[in-house]
Write a protein that binds this ligand. Structure first.
Ligand SMILES: [Zn+2]
Length: 324
């Protein structure tokens, strides 16, 4: 029996270093869903990959004495090796340094600029370097980055902005009429009450403070904001074309049935991403599911805490099926 197409994605893994079992958890979870859907008779497409641009990677590469591209080539290969070691049945491994992806991101940026949804201005705010995000004073938590808890510093730069507020009412309406869109329910309430209902600010979608990104093709001292670049992987990986000459895969599989992501990036996937899609006149994914983290003791696993466990060490001890 053919139940029709089913498209699911993981978040793309950031190539700042080797993934630990917290990152590996997501690909295995998605793999279990993909296998289950195939058993049910769905024509499954399962996409994963790597998110390779941004200032953090530029800095890490410099520390390692490598070019950013050399650095991400090594880390992306390591991530793919672990996904394969874990016996995950993905159909597509996209890298945001792939040429077709970079070209489409440039076309998308230009399209949104020509449409008037992106405009040029200046940004002044509090900046978190590891997260590559600006925040207003009111968004800070105890004066620190609300996403990672690190210190932020004041910054001002020429930048392009996206008119988020233009689409806010439409997004609120969509969320209210599609209770399955953001899961679990608690995440939906968090997005509504903390971000959408208080009012969306325009989003800064370019950077001039570093080079390692996709250049804005009509103004190349700017690189495209890493989230606008990264999120579009879900459509460029199917052969989306900003001029409408899509591959058959895109016509068959979009909109996605499921974006499976970590709870820390829910805001990007349930506010920014659907709004970018609305601006492009592209249908929204059917569901975004934010899964919790694997914890070590009472906190998140992190290299700085020295409590990281890697999948390949566990596989060596217990075998792949036991680790899965
Ligand atoms: Zn941060």
């Amino acid at each position: 029996m053919n139940r029709g197409p089913y498209y699911l994605t993981t978040a793309i893994a950031y190539t700042s270093g080797k993934p630990h079992i917290g990152n590996t958890y997501e690909i295995v979870l998605a793999d279990a869903i993909a296998r289950y859907r195939r058993e049910q008779g769905y024509d499954v497409r399962f996409q994963t990959g790597t998110d390779e641009h941004g200032q953090k990677i530029e800095l890490k590469a410099a520390d390692a004495g490598k070019s950013p591209k050399e650095f991400v080539d090594e880390v992306a290969a390591e991530i793919k090796r672990i996904w394969d070691l874990m016996n995950t049945s993905y159909d597509k491994f996209i890298r945001t340094t792939d040429t077709y992806h970079e070209k489409q991101v440039q076309k998308i940026f230009k399209k949104l600029y020509e449409k008037g949804d992106i405009y040029k201005g200046y940004y002044e705010g509090m900046y978190c370097t590891p997260c590559e995000s600006f925040f207003t004073q009111s968004q800070l938590v105890d004066g620190k980055c609300p996403d990672c808890g690190r210190p932020v510093s004041p910054a001002r730069e020429e930048a392009y902005f996206f008119k988020m507020s233009k689409y806010a009412d439409r997004l609120i309406e969509h969320i209210n009429t599609h209770p399955e869109f953001i899961q679990p329910e608690s995440r939906k309430n968090e997005m509504m009450n903390n971000f959408l209902l208080p009012g969306l600010q325009d989003l800064c979608v370019s950077r001039t403070s570093f080079k390692w990104g996709i250049p804005v093709d009509f103004d190349d001292k700017h690189v495209v904001y890493v989230w606008l670049d990264a999120l579009t992987n879900y459509i460029t990986g199917l052969g989306y074309d900003a001029d409408g000459n899509h591959d058959d895969l895109y016509n068959k599989y979009w909109p996605a049935d499921l974006h499976l992501i970590g709870k820390d990036i829910i805001r990007f996937h349930t506010i920014y991403w659907p709004i970018f899609l609305m601006a492009l006149d592209v249908p929204l994914p059917k569901q975004v599911f934010g899964h919790p983290w694997l914890l070590q003791g009472d906190g998140k696993m992190s290299k700085s805490k020295g409590n990281v466990i890697y999948a390949d060490d566990l596989v060596e001890m217990f075998g792949v099926d036991a680790v899965r």
